[in-house]
Ligand binder design. Structure first.
Ligand code: SF4
Length: 249
């Protein structure tokens, strides 16, 4: 639990630090310009615009922090907060992690966990039939000859990989489940189903790309495990998926 908490906190910590640095740079620069000769009209306009941008950045970040605990209304504001999170704060955190030599994967993991908190607090009372469980093809046993990408119902539940467990869980909860071989198929499945919430299983890179790509949808991310290396017979914690599905009710 403690580990999960630290994993969530890293991303907001990086974003907050980036915003603090930006604000500091702004005030130092404005103060230096002012103390030299005073501000010219042109400088006044530039600093005013920069100040407004800074206020918008900080206010939108606070909105995202609030979103981890309370539902944001109206809807357009929630969408705006999500856009800022996906395209502005994610890049800010990644830039800071790059210049401080942090592992990219650590921030991506924290971003997904932070996003999960927002998705959980924004998406309550969702009917199970409106939840799409999207899992990667690499979960399937390499020796299995069944085509689960056409339909997960083709799985014979032999117990050799997690696809059988996912099929069983989808039947039990009444959620839609699908297996995707890549981003294009995942996009098609989402477009065909138009779910209210997506519970997606993938590795750090694919999950981060997927969550950002489908930013208009609430995507709850679950990391898969790769005991045999990337993209080969991966596994997933079924209890983590079940936890998410139960929370959306
Ligand atoms: S559980 Fe399903 S997908 Fe996995 S190996 Fe068995 S039949 Fe194939």
């Amino acid at each position: 639990m403690k580990k999960y908490y630290y994993s969530i906190i890293k991303f907001p910590l990086f974003v907050s630090t980036s915003l603090f640095i930006l604000a500091l740079l702004f005030f130092i620069s404005a103060l230096l310009s002012y103390s030299r000769l005073g501000l010219s009209l042109q400088e006044t306009v530039i600093y005013t615009i920069l100040f407004i941008l800074l206020v918008i950045l900080v206010a939108s970040w606070i909105l995202n922090l609030i979103g981890t605990h309370s539902k944001i209304t109206p809807r357009w504001m929630a969408k705006y907060a999500k856009w800022m999170l996906t395209f502005v704060y994610y890049n800010l955190a990644m830039f800071l992690s790059f210049i401080t030599f942090r592992k990219k994967q650590t921030i991506q993991e924290s971003f997904i966990n932070f996003n999960n908190e927002i998705v959980l607090s924004q998406s309550k009372g969702i009917k199970h039939k409106n939840i799409l469980l999207l899992v990667p093809h690499c979960l399937q046993s390499s020796e299995c000859k069944v085509r689960v990408t056409t339909s997960i119902d083709n799985c014979e539940s032999c117990g050799n990989c997690n696809i059988g467990d996912i099929k069983k869980m989808a039947e039990e909860f009444g959620v839609k489940a699908a297996v995707a071989t890549g981003g294009s198929l995942a996009r098609k499945i989402v477009d065909d189903n138009i779910p209210e919430v997506i519970v997606a299983v993938a590795c750090h890179r694919d999950l981060t790309d997927g969550v950002r790509d489908a930013w208009r949808f609430p995507v709850y991310g679950v990391f898969n495990k790769r005991p045999k290396g990337p993209c080969f017979e991966t596994t997933v914690s079924i209890s983590n998926i079940e936890f998410a599905i139960r929370k959306f009710q």
